[in-house]
Design a protein around this ligand. Sequence first.
Ligand code: KIV
Length: 271
Amino acid sequence: MSIHKEVKKVTTHVLHNMKEKGEKIAMLTAYDYSMARIYDDAKIDVILVGDSASNVMAGHETTLPITLDQMIYHASSVIRAIKRALVVVDLPFGTYQGNSRKALESAIRIMKESGAHSVKLEGGEEIKESIVRILSAGIPVMGHLGLTPQSIYKFGTYQVRAKEEAEAQKLITEAKMLQDIGCFGLVLEKIPASLATEVSKQLHIPTIGIGAGSGTDGQVLVSHDLLGITKDFSPRFLRRYLSLYDDVKIAVEQYIQDVRDVDFPNEKEQY
Ligand code: KIV
């Protein structure tokens, strides 16, 4: 008789319970099979297939160019690696704003073609109808307020949002609205820590912060930043756990040298 160890999957309910128990949620972006496999093995709670793929995978300056097909490709690669984590996929720019029918079609394509568990949309009141429609199809939705990079040309800068009272009040109202219509969680990006703490206290759904201080129910980082693959991006909120850019460069330089010196392959490395 073989004994299979059941993997306890992270669901939206698990995240709610974690918030209730005061257990912090760890979320990280992933865009491919190999990295997602490592993060899942390390027991990350949530993997975000972020549209930051547009920046760190494709080299675009903003998140706007990435397409729905490209997001589905990344999400399917990630899903094939996952045994435990909840996978959230960003709906890319232009696939949900101003047209709730299109939003539902985009979300259904992500769920059907990638096997993802949920989607994330950026914005508040202006995308409420799209979120309601997606939720009505039984698709879990995570909200995203504060700095919403798909609106970079409206903001004009990646600076901290909601420092002024009016914008902070609007954010609190929209956070409650997102909770009331049924979002299972909310990303709060680059807002003052005191505001993020206040929102997290007022909501019963979990908040996940990035550049929003320690008072949120969890944290998310772009994995390329955490691993030090991106080199020129050093916002104050970022903690780098590795310097992979330098380490990989050193390894590749060594490989080049070994090939040139006919040191690689050696006798043991050939047939
Ligand atoms: O696309 C992304 O990586 C994100 C995170 C920064 C929250 O939305």
